[in-house]
Write a protein that binds this ligand. Structure first.
Ligand SMILES: Nc1ncnc2c1ncn2[C@@H]1O[C@H](COP(=O)(O)OP(=O)(O)OP(=O)(O)O)[C@@H](O)[C@H]1O
Ligand SMILES: [Mg+2]
Length: 221
């Protein structure tokens, strides 16, 4: 089942063309690797897909609906979970508080009632699924290792049950074993019907993916 479609997408910063004529489709239950040289526009493409930036040309469809017409706050709080390269976690909060806060923001943007106790239980549950013990879930972010922070970032992206997960270099600074474990988590998510889209420079991650999409640097000559 198709969950996202990019149709002839282009993006420029002023005169500087970054992406040109990108068309592809993404299905539920699959892992996609977006690869390409540094500066090719991979992070830029993720920001278009997550509704953080608007394409200069072309159309993005999410679950058959034109993204342009969606309420972007609601879209980002419901349909899509983003894992940023530098995690973007709130370091003053604990792991479980980061996940809970994301649930609250999502509920607010979707005009739903907030149930703090239920959120707390499900935040601990998600972190446990990601392999964090209770005492680790209660630790502030900076007192967790890079691999543990990565797991918190994944738990946060999953906190409101989105269909599509976008991850920018999620295994960038991790040792091989942790990299394998994180890919195992993504594989399970795909098995459960999520569409997982990963930007990566890692050949291991690209090999784990069901499909590889190569972004070519736009030629300016
Ligand atoms: N705010 C901005 N204004 C102008 N140009 C920008 C801006 N952000 C990014 N760029 C440029 O857009 C191009 C694509 O950047 P992007 O971050 O998407 O690359 P990338 O493929 O993710 O690279 P990397 O693999 O190094 O993360 C680069 O040439 C970059 O310098
Ligand atoms: Mg990038």
């Amino acid at each position: 089942m198709e969950v996202m479609k990019l149709e002839n997408l282009s993006f420029s910063y002023g005169e500087h063309s970054i992406l040109k004529g990108i068309s592809c489709t993404f299905d539920a239950g699959k892992i996609y690797a977006i690869v390409g040289k540094s500066g090719a526009g991979k992070t830029t493409l993720l920001s278009l897909m997550s509704g953080l930036a608007e394409p200069t040309e072309g159309t993005i469809f999410c679950n058959g609906k034109e993204m342009k017409l969606e309420d972007k706050y609601e879209y980002r709080s419901r349909s899509i979970g983003v894992i940023f390269q530098d995690f973007n976690l709130l370091t003053k909060l604990t792991a479980v508080e980061n996940v809970e806060l994301s649930m609250e923001i999502s509920a607010e943007n979707s005009h739903k009632k907030i149930d703090r106790q239920a959120n707390r239980d499900s935040a601990y549950g998600l972190l446990a699924e990601m392999g964090l013990r209770r005492d680790e879930a209660d630790r502030r972010i900076l007192k967790l290792s890079g691999g543990q922070q990565q797991r918190v970032a994944i738990a946060r992206a999953l906190s409101y049950g989105p269909d599509i997960i976008l991850a920018d270099e999620p295994t960038g600074n991790l040792d091989e074993e942790t990299q394998r474990e994180i890919m195992g988590i993504f594989r399970d998510l795909a098995k459960n019907g999520k569409c997982v889209i990963i930007v990566t420079h890692s050949s291991y991650v690209a090999e784990c993916a069901d499909e590889k999409i190569e972004l070519k640097t736009v030629n300016h000559s």
